[in-house]
Design a protein around this ligand. Structure first.
Ligand code: PXP
Length: 247
């Protein structure tokens, strides 16, 4: 095996949509905690969950149990509200990723406007870091948001790949990929750890995993959807392998 100067890209598996299926019927199954265990067994480097204000999928109880049983870093996506900050400070995930949240959206739409609410963001980051939690900002690939994330005290940025993933025209896809490449470089130059995610699937992930300085990907919907056909371990393994081919 050849030695790698650059560590491989980490895969964070988001298990929210296992909970979506459960909440649809109010049953006890399928359990996102068991999904997390299967994902870790298949090579997930991190488990990511989003505790939404409306609790549409992940519940507070899931977060508590995951904190107790997940042996890889636990990344909690949440809105920058006082309720969520209180929960995070009490449960202490390893990482909090601050995301924008609207009740009517189907999924997270766009990155967080850190630059437009710098005072609030700096306060929330300080409260989280004070509890020993690393903070990541989920932002669009724009220099102004990267600089603001650093200024607010975050050490990680997760670049929003949704526009890239949703592109139907090849020209748009290439343009968005170029924006992500530039943003990854800029974030790295600022000393930030660079993650990326949203809308990544078995077709569009390679190009993102291959971008210089991208160290982590957070992927949920496509993996859980694939797991319906091949099982969670195989779905995670396939994603892990295709990321490994390019990073
Ligand atoms: N990263 C962030 C910050 C997100 O909000 C989400 C969706 O919860 C994801 C990654 C995963 O996105 P997807 O489910 O489209 O893979």
């Amino acid at each position: 095996m050849s030695e790698r100067a650059i560590p491989r890209v980490r895969l964070g598996v988001n298990v929210d949509h296992v909970a979506t299926i459960r909440q649809q019927r109010g049953t006890l199954y399928p359990d996102p905690v068991l999904a997390a265990g299967a994902a870790i067994g298949a090579g997930a480097d991190q488990i990511t969950i989003h505790l939404r204000e409306d609790r549409r999928h992940i519940q507070d109880r899931d977060l508590v149990i995951m904190r107790q049983v997940v042996e890889v870093p636990l990344n909690l996506e949440m809105a920058a509200t006082s309720e969520m900050v209180e929960i995070a400070r009490r449960i202490r995930p390893d990482i909090v990723t601050l995301v924008p949240e609207k009740r009517v959206e189907r999924t997270t739409e766009g990155g967080l406007d850190v630059a437009g609410q710098l005072t609030l963001m700096a306060r929330v980051v300080a409260q989280l870091r004070d509890a020993g939690i690393a903070v990541s900002m989920f932002v669009d690939p724009e220099a102004v948001q990267l600089r603001a994330s650093l200024e607010a005290g975050a050490t990680i940025v997760e670049l929003h790949t949704g526009d890239y993933a949703d592109s139907t025209l090849a020209s748009d896809r290439i343009r968005h990929l170029d924006e992500l490449r530039l943003a990854a470089q800029q974030a790295h130059d600022l000393g930030l750890v660079v993650a990326a995610g949203h809308g990544l699937d078995y077709h569009n992930t390679r190009a993102i995993a291959a971008l210089p300085h991208v160290e982590e990907l957070n992927i949920g919907h496509s993996i859980v959807a694939r797991a319906l056909f091949v099982g969670m371990a195989e779905a995670v393994g396939e994603m892990r392998r295709l990321i490994g081919e390019v990073s």
